[in-house]
Every structure is written in structure tokens, then in C-alpha cells.
Design a protein. Structure first.
Ligand code: HH2
Length: 293
């Protein structure tokens, strides 16, 4: 049974997320022309808003807005271009009553997004930029510290680890140390092993197999397996949108291990998967806490 001894409450602006009381779903809103699974679908702010509203209706607990693709080989874009894609959509999506996370590695973009109503930061470089650490500390917002080897241009060039689970954990805890030294409160830290970021399919499977290892570090854990390539390595050639059953298996396994937040494209389906996996892990349906509501 997942270890839920430690209680985690993540304060996202006015929203209080009790992430240890049940698995939470982070719905992905990609505002990019080139994301690996849904690039180009939500580049128009109105389309992004309708997509975000649908994810909220489907039960997303958090929305994650990304305006720069992190897929392997994705070209880096300027802060100006990132903000051009992000801001019009953010200004519409902030009308929805849901915590908004911004998936960016640029402190300049993060600062504007927080001023415009975002509640949380998701940094796939694990706050490598000291300016990002300072900003997160100043704004007192929750941050996802994710593990990535290198950068999206280089990360899939023969990634190597001594022991992937221990190496990822060690790197994340070093990033946590720097984050806390910069003034980020431990209660605002969420860890993510970074499925697909400088990892072979084998590395991803081992990280998912040992997700409980990261949970023992004393911070809530987020995992993003949604539609990723390792699923096609297990099942054979499948386009990203066809990887939903594989995603379901990874979500169920993560919830069984005790992972707190699942970052997914298919919110309605994965919310159901997570709720049943959680009810099984608990051996009961917690109606009174809303876990099965
Ligand atoms: N995965 C992607 C992007 N951001 N952030 C966190 N914390 N964890 C993840 O696993 C993660 C992430 C890649 O997925 P997606 O956003 O759909 O694709 P793209 O980066 O091509 O836009």
C-alpha cells in the first residue's frame, strides 16, 4: 500500500491541494505548434481556452500551460516568442477556477506568467537557473523540480547512468538543496523523475518500477508518463494519441506506488484510472474525503 504517512498540502494561490488525500490530475495544455503529441491543436487562444475548460470539466485538479516544446530535438525559442504564445491563452484560462501551472525554464517568462495569474511553476530543468530559484522564492509559489539529463537537444543521445533510480534521486535532492538555500520553502517543492528526459525506455520503466524510492525523500512526487515514447517501445509502433492504454498502465502503477500528481493529456480517462488504482491501493472507497466522489 502506498505510504501516505506524510501529509502534503500544496497552496496554489487561493487553491489548497491536499495531494496526499488522493491522487491529483494535472491536465496538459500545450500552446505550441510542435509538441510531440498535440502540437498545433491549441495555438489559438480561444482553442486553448476551450480545451482547458474541457479538462477542468473532466476533473483536472491543476492545468499545466506550456508554450515551448521539450520533446527531444525541439528547438529553443526566445522568451518573447514564448510569451507571445502563452499570455493570450493564460489571460483567458485564468477565468477558470483551477490552479494554473506554467511549464517554462525561463525566469523572465515565469515572472510575467506569475504576475498574470499563474499559481505554480513547472521547470523541466529542475531550477538550474539561479534566477528561477530566486523568483520562486520571492513569489512563494509551488515548483515542480524535474530531472533531465542535458537539454532537449542533447538528452536522448545515449543517456547513461550508474544506477538510474539513485542517480535521479541524488540529482533531484541536490537541486532541492539549492532551492531551499535560495529561500524556497520545503512545502512548495514537488519532485519529478522526468520520464523521457534523457532516459532510454529501460530507464523509464525502472524509474516507474521504483517510483516509491523518490517518495521516501519527503516531498510530494509528480510523474508525467502521458503518451510518451517508452510506451511504444513496449507495445510496438503507436502514434502518441494511440498510447492511452499504455499511459493508463503507467498511471495505475504510479498511483499504486503512492505518486501524488499525474501529468496527463487524457484527463477524463486518467482520472478514472487513478481513482480506481487509488481505491484498490487503499482497499476502500473513501466517500467522505471525496476520493471516490
Ligand atoms: N513532460 C513534458 C513536458 N513537461 N513537465 C514535468 N514536470 N514532467 C513531465 O514529464 C513533462 C513536463 C513533455 O510532454 P508534453 O508537454 O506533452 O510535450 P512537449 O514538451 O512536446 O510540449
Amino acid at each position: 500500500m502506498p505510504s501516505r504517512q506524510k501529509k502534503y498540502i500544496i497552496q496554489c494561490g487561493p487553491h489548497r491541494l491536499r495531494v496526499s488525500s488522493r491522487p491529483h490530475i494535472m491536465g496538459i495544455v500545450n500552446l505550441t505548434p510542435d509538441s510531440f503529441s498535440d502540437g498545433g491543436r491549441y495555438v489559438r487562444p480561444g482553442d486553448a481556452y476551450r480545451h482547458a475548460a474541457r479538462l477542468v470539466e473532466e476533473g483536472a485538479d491543476i492545468l499545466d500551460l506550456g508554450a515551448e516544446s521539450t520533446r527531444p530535438g525541439a528547438p529553443a525559442i526566445s522568451a518573447t516568442e514564448e510569451l507571445r504564445r502563452l499570455l493570450p491563452a493564460l489571460k483567458l484560462i485564468r477565468r477558470l477556477s483551477v490552479p494554473i501551472s506554467v511549464d517554462t525554464v525561463k525566469a523572465e517568462v515565469a515572472a510575467v506568467a506569475l504576475d498574470e495569474g499563474a499559481h505554480m511553476l513547472n521547470d523541466v530543468t529542475g531550477l538550474r537557473d539561479p534566477a528561477m530559484r530566486t523568483l520562486a522564492a520571492q513569489y512563494r509559489v509551488p515548483v515542480v523540480i524535474m530531472h533531465m539529463l542535458g537539454n532537449p537537444r542533447t538528452m536522448q543521445r545515449a543517456p547513461r547512468y550508474r544506477h538510474v533510480v539513485q542517480d535521479v534521486k541524488h540529482t533531484l535532492l541536490a537541486a532541492v538543496k539549492k532551492a531551499e538555500a535560495a529561500g524556497i520553502k520545503p512545502a512548495n517543492i514537488i519532485l519529478d523523475p522526468g520520464i523521457g528526459f534523457g532516459k532510454t525506455a529501460q530507464h523509464n520503466l525502472v524509474l516507474l518500477q521504483h517510483a516509491n524510492e523518490l517518495l521516501s525523500s519527503g516531498y510530494p512526487v509528480l510523474i508525467g508518463p502521458s503518451r510518451k515514447a517508452f510506451i511504444a517501445q513496449v507495445l510496438g509502433p503507436l502514434a502518441p494519441a494511440e498510447r492511452i492504454w499504455g499511459t493508463a498502465a503507467a498511471v495505475a502503477a504510479s498511483v499504486a506506488a503512492g505518486v501524488h500528481i499525474l501529468r496527463v493529456h487524457d484527463v477524463a480517462a486518467m482520472r478514472m484510472v487513478a481513482r480506481v488504482a487509488w481505491a484498490i491501493a487503499q482497499g476502500r472507497c473513501l466517500q467522505s474525503t471525496g476520493a471516490c466522489a
